[in-house]
Design a protein around this ligand. Sequence first.
Ligand SMILES: Nc1ncnc2c1ncn2[C@@H]1O[C@H](COP(=O)(O)OP(=O)(O)O)[C@@H](O)[C@H]1O
Ligand SMILES: Cc1ncsc1CCOP(=O)(O)O
Ligand SMILES: [Mg+2]
Length: 332
Amino acid sequence: MNDQNTTTTPATPAATQLPPDSPVRARILEAARTVRNTTPLAQSVTNFVTVNFVANAQLAAGGTAAMSYLPDDVLATAEICNASYINVGTLQPYFREAFPEIARGFKRLGHPWVLDPVAAGIGDTRTAILTAFRDTPPTVVRGNASEIITLATMWGLGAPFDKAYDGAAAASNADSNADGTDGHAAHGAAEATDVDITANRPQGVESVDDVDSARDAAVALARFIGGAVAVSGAVDLVTDGTTVYRLPGGSEYMTKITGAGCSLGGVVGTYLAVADPLTAALGASALYNQAGSAAGRKAHGPGSFQVEFLDALWATTPEQIAAAPITVESAR
Ligand SMILES: Nc1ncnc2c1ncn2[C@@H]1O[C@H](COP(=O)(O)OP(=O)(O)O)[C@@H](O)[C@H]1O
Ligand SMILES: Cc1ncsc1CCOP(=O)(O)O
Ligand SMILES: [Mg+2]
């Protein structure tokens, strides 16, 4: 037997249930209660397809909404709210300058924000915008698997990511970003010469990858931004770059309505207005899974699901959110 072949890809680290008395659950409970008690505003600069659903979901989750599109308006609103949400789903020519200007303003203000890199990898304008965010990174990235893989590739955090979990690759990515939360300042962007950022681009706005294949990309992104990353799918994955959490639940109807992902990004913003990035990503994802499951049991199709889902977002209690099924494993 050839010794060189004994270094095979390590198995994904063992996952265990997050215990009921975990401090992580206590923080989710506290965040959910604070949202309900304080109705925090999270502003959105979001796509024109699902803007109404994002606002309604934020309201049903316990927060409030304000949609804004011009940089001066967005930055003025950022001064009266604790978190914002940027979603690049539908672009207009002025967004090419406006989005980077808004992100620079958020950095100047120290304003936390959530990025949904919808359709990452499609079109020069979207690529220019998403690439520019590397210098003014978000606090949380929320997207589907293909979007997360493509953004991490675009930012030069290691590639290819679309393979089974590779602990060695993850460790090497960690080393290259080992300078803490400011990793983005010290790491070169992907050179267009050797990395194909279109390899994992979504099919329009739909993922072509499963959640697990975005694990290394999510961990690398979380380390780079010094925040949290939420990858959505049948079982969601949330990471702060140190620990990987997986959250089952939701409903297949969520793939048959437009805006499940966009509105989740908005509700992560709602939670980010009152909590740290990891708690915000976990809390909003847990709420979506609990509410999605409940709504799925009552719905008769995508139309009634939307109505049931908004009602379920409203009815799900902080205790139910904090008790959602979550497994935990080391990011390695
Ligand atoms: N097959 C599925 N079963 C249950 N829930 C799902 C499924 N696919 C997506 N979801 C849920 O739908 C929401 C949006 O996720 P997703 O569809 O991946 O986002 P996007 O719309 O951005 O592609 C998340 O809360 C996720 O957990
Ligand atoms: C259909 C569509 N086209 C551009 S943005 C958008 C909405 C995508 O919503 P989601 O990612 O939540 O499914
Ligand atoms: Mg989406």
